[in-house]
Design a protein around this ligand. Structure first.
Ligand code: THU
Length: 159
């Protein structure tokens, strides 16, 4: 018998930063500031990421582009790879992401690309705890409580 299946994704929408709990607000503001460190002469789109580790430390990242386009890297992955390379034993608690065009925060949140979602899934699994994702726009903010909500049916057939 054929059976239609459905996947539910849950996230919370906030209207502005003041509605977030303090540690999330700090992370979101840090991501907005981190976008200033983007090196994005080709797309002229700046993305900042702020990653809070389970020891409370915040690691920032920003997109880094290259004239050979695929050599560049998204903001999220610069932060996660740095964190795992520096602190391999410390799990990742929450990541905030903010995209800016012409130096202005986009009204709607910048949503991470598929490759970044895949990398988030790996580190969530490695850390053995849920990783929250906070997508920051100037008109709305979306909070996901785990990577599964952004990347359902993650590849895990090697396990
Ligand atoms: N980018 C990120 O850094 N993160 C995202 O979530 C989306 C896209 C970067 C990659 C590239 O440098 C620029 O934004 C335009 O795609």
């Amino acid at each position: 018998m054929m059976k239609e299946k459905k996947i539910d994704i849950t996230y919370t929408e906030y209207e502005n930063l003041s509605q977030l709990e303090e540690k999330d607000r700090i992370l979101a503001e840090t991501a907005i500031r981190a976008a200033e460190n983007a090196y994005s002469p080709y797309s002229k789109f700046s993305v900042g990421a702020a990653l809070r580790l389970s020891n409370g430390e915040i690691i920032t990242g920003a997109n880094q582009e290259n004239i050979a386009y695929p050599s560049g890297l998204c903001a999220e992955r610069t932060a996660m790879f740095y964190a795992s390379a520096q602190y391999p034993a410390i799990s990742m608690e929450s990541i905030a992401i903010a995209g800016k065009k012409d130096g202005t925060l986009c009204p709607s949140p910048a949503t991470p690309c598929g490759a970044c979602r895949q990398v988030m899934a790996e580190y969530q699994d490695k850390g053995g705890r849920k990783m929250e994702i906070i997508l920051v726009g100037s008109e709305r903010i979306w909070k996901f409580s785990k990577v599964d909500d952004l990347l359902p049916l993650t590849f895990d057939s090697l396990k």
